[in-house]
Design a protein around this ligand. Structure first.
Ligand SMILES: [Fe+2]
Ligand SMILES: [Fe+2]
Ligand SMILES: [Fe+2]
Length: 339
């Protein structure tokens, strides 16, 4: 049911409609979505030689996931569709300090956008959520600046890109993968990354990353729109969350092989149409998706045992774990089916 606002509109300002609120929140979702992926990519890229920084960045990405969920639920409450579109992201830059400067910039865009949206929206509940999120973004920006300072960089240095990156205020974002070149200009990301993508294992791991990612987005979208509270809860806290772990594990393995984890999808949301929305039908679809993923895990395991010496040494054991999860997840959806 749409929430009827209880904040009085500012004098002289026309009250904002639910459709307008939805549009602003969808815009925020695109920025959060992009930030999640950009930060994960940067954490993989920076790697373990930067001490605790990568795991702290992953922690920030998890905060953005919580924001994304709140926004998705608010969008549905106001009668809109929780968008799975994503603003452009920066995959790479000349140095770790450049990556962190891009993240400081992403937080600044978020801070500016949330301040604007808090001003524009006169609904008490939405304002309350956006103010809470804004508080987190200010905190995140401080963390990113601290990382730069700890590494001997200048936390106040600005990046020169003007209109690309997370929170780019575009209603139809191109969702492209970018990188910063030596001159500090935004250019399309070079996914070939020194030709390592030619490695058959990297190619297969990357295709698996995209399947995990697509599955996560389909599950989240269903969780937001499902009229079934049990399905809603289990898809988020019990299903999507595990696939995020898998995507992260495989992403780290690809980065460990000096290749670029590939998180580019068909963001025109066409993939959302693959799954039916009715809860039981969705469940049956999810069983077949889980079975498909599990079959691919078996193939990946065979291939990574074959290429074991080139791969991240933990990859085989990670894949065995994912294989175990896959079998369980098929059974778990079947138990849900019996309810
Ligand atoms: Fe956020
Ligand atoms: Fe943030
Ligand atoms: Fe998975």
């Amino acid at each position: 049911m749409p929430y009827s606002g209880d904040d009085m509109p500012i004098q002289g300002q026309k009250a904002i409609t639910n459709e307008e609120i939805v549009a602003l929140l969808q815009d925020d979702m695109k920025g959060e979505h992009a930030a999640i992926i950009q930060y994960l990519q940067h954490a993989y890229k920076i790697g373990e030689d930067a001490g605790e920084v990568p795991s702290e960045i992953e922690g920030i990405a998890r905060d953005e996931m919580r924001h994304f969920r709140w926004l998705g639920e608010l969008v549905v409450e106001f009668g809109g569709d929780p968008t799975m579109l994503r603003d452009p992201i920066f995959l790479d830059g000349p140095s770790t300090l450049d990556l962190l400067a891009l993240d400081v910039d992403a937080e600044q865009r978020a801070i500016d956008q949330y301040r604007d949206h808090i001003q524009a929206i006169d609904n008490h509940k939405v304002k309350t959520y956006l103010k809470r999120i804004l508080m987190d973004e200010i905190f995140h920006q401080g963390k990113f600046k601290d990382f730069i300072g700890e590494m001997g960089g200048n936390p106040e240095r600005e990046v020169k890109n003007e209109d690309t990156g997370p929170w780019n205020n575009d209603p139809n974002p191109p969702s492209q993968d970018l990188e910063l070149n030596e001159q500090g200009d935004a250019v399309p990301a070079d996914m070939k990354d020194e030709g390592r993508d030619d490695h058959p294992l990297v190619r297969m791991l990357n295709s698996r990353i995209r399947q995990e990612y697509e599955t996560i987005l389909i599950y989240l979208h269903q969780a937001f729109v499902s009229q079934n509270p049990e399905q809603r809860n289990s898809l988020i806290s019990d299903k999507a969350v595990w696939h995020m772990t898998h995507m992260g594990t495989i992403g780290e393995a690809v980065a460990g092989m000096d290749a670029q984890p590939d998180m580019e999808l068909d963001f025109n949301q066409k993939f959302l149409g693959k799954a039916p929305v009715e809860p039981h039908q969705f469940n049956r679809w999810a069983i077949s998706r889980e079975e498909e993923l599990d079959k691919i895990t078996g193939e990946l395991l065979a291939l990574s045992e074959l290429h074991g010496k080139d791969a991240d040494e933990d990859l085989v054991s990670d894949l065995k774990r994912i294989k175990g999860h896959g079998k369980f997840q098929v059974e778990q959806f079947k138990f849900d089916e019996e309810k």
